[in-house]
Design a protein around this ligand. Structure first.
Ligand code: UDP
Length: 355
């Protein structure tokens, strides 16, 4: 297949501003190329990541959907990179079989009927905005099978989708994550530093248990970051910045557990499988993506949503978890091959369905 991937417009690919969808796009792209498909990626200026073939498009970045009210009208900055990227898509679409949209934005859905080539939309977050919900539902009805999600829990946040709905989960290159059987007495927290990720709950755990917490990730909301540090002055935390996968797994694998504290219905949680791949159990709230990744008592613990006490109790039971089991589970379900298999089938289904 000749595939044209269109990246998120909230940040350059590789910057971390786009969150987990960046790693997902990277991994799906690597696996599609390995399978012999032709691939081009359209992404904002400044995007660069290993060997990925990227066409860089300039323009102003899109405002992140998480920061907007549910009823907010669709907004775009002047000289929008999102609009510019799709303008490029329109010019070159004849050279491709399938366009794959990774943006959680209204415009690509709206443009779908105007394009000659089919568009596969990979939706990377749960429902956040009424206007976007409405157009996703409309496209699911009008273009059968073209909407893909990470998980069923994520898709369930959108009302009235027309089947078939594709649940594509995620996957990683396991060779990049080293197994560690003997961790240090430390915990990890990974992700975008933004209110919906609930980092303050991990601070509360660190403060109460006095176990050092290693924090890695992009600061997306500076005032939130300042506030939570003031709120937990005695929490033994160390912030290491936004680091590469290689650097991240070096620290992560030596931790006793990854603490995940999402306040929202997390669509998936790539960081969970990255931790498991290193043999690191995951402690999270029992909702959204993490609830479908973690086997309670086996590869980590699922605790009552928003219960800090629940997280603390779980940290005291980590000896019950076999770290090798964590690694083995990832190998089966979340390998790059398994990911490629699911996406390739979805793409083929869409192409077969074309009149
Ligand atoms: N990440 C990273 N370096 C860091 C911290 C995080 O590369 O220092 C990446 C991590 O690998 C993951 C992403 O950031 O792919 C966070 O994605 P996740 O799916 O957990 O959440 P999202 O941001 O999509 O809500």
């Amino acid at each position: 297949m000749k595939l044209l991937f269109v990246s998120t417009p909230v940040g350059a690919l590789g910057s971390g501003l786009g969150g987990g969808v960046e790693l997902s796009l990277y991994n799906i792209a690597q696996e599609m190329m390995r399978r012999g498909h032709d691939l081009q990626i359209v992404a904002p200026a400044g995007s660069a990541w290993d060997n990925l073939p990227i066409v860089q498009i300039s323009g102003n970045l899109q405002i992140i959907a998480q920061s907007l009210e549910r009823e907010a009208a669709i907004a775009m900055p002047e000289n929008s990179v999102l609009a510019n990227m799709w303008d490029y898509v329109r010019q070159v679409e004849d050279e491709y079989d399938l366009i794959v949209n990774f943006a959680y934005d209204w415009l690509p859905f709206y443009l779908t009927p105007f394009l000659k080539r089919p568009v596969a939309h990979f939706v990377s977050m749960g429902s956040l905005a009424d206007a976007l919900d409405q157009i996703i539902i409309q496209i699911s009805q009008q273009f059968s099978g073209t909407i893909g999600f990470y998980t069923a829990a994520q898709a369930a946040t959108f009302p009235e989708l027309t089947p078939p709905i594709y649940y594509l989960s995620s996957g990683i290159d396991l060779s990049l994550y080293q197994f560690c059987s003997e961790p240090k007495q430390q915990l990890a927290w990974l992700g975008r530093i933004s209110p919906e990720k609930g980092l303050e709950d991990a601070f509360a755990v660190a403060e109460s248990t006095t176990i050092p917490l290693k924090v890695m990730g992009k600061i997306q909301d500076e005032s939130y970051w300042q506030k939570i540090q003031q709120d937990y002055p005695n929490a033994p935390i160390e912030y290491l910045g936004f680091v590469s996968t290689k650097e991240m797994q070096r620290v992560l694998r030596e931790c006793r557990a990854l603490i995940m504290t999402p306040r929202w219905v997390e669509a998936f949680g790539n960081v969970a499988i990255e931790a498991l791949a290193c043999g690191v159990p995951v402690i999270s709230y029992s909702r959204g993506g993490p609830a479908s990744i973690i086997q309670d008592g086996e590869t980590g613990f699922l605790v009552e949503p928003d219960s800090i006490d629940g997280l603390i109790v779980a940290t005291k039971q980590l000896d019950r978890i076999n770290r090798q089991t964590c690694r083995d589970r990832t190998q089966k379900e979340f390998s790059l091959e398994a990911l490629g298999e699911r996406f390739e089938k979805w793409f083929v289904d869409i192409l077969n369905f074309q009149p």
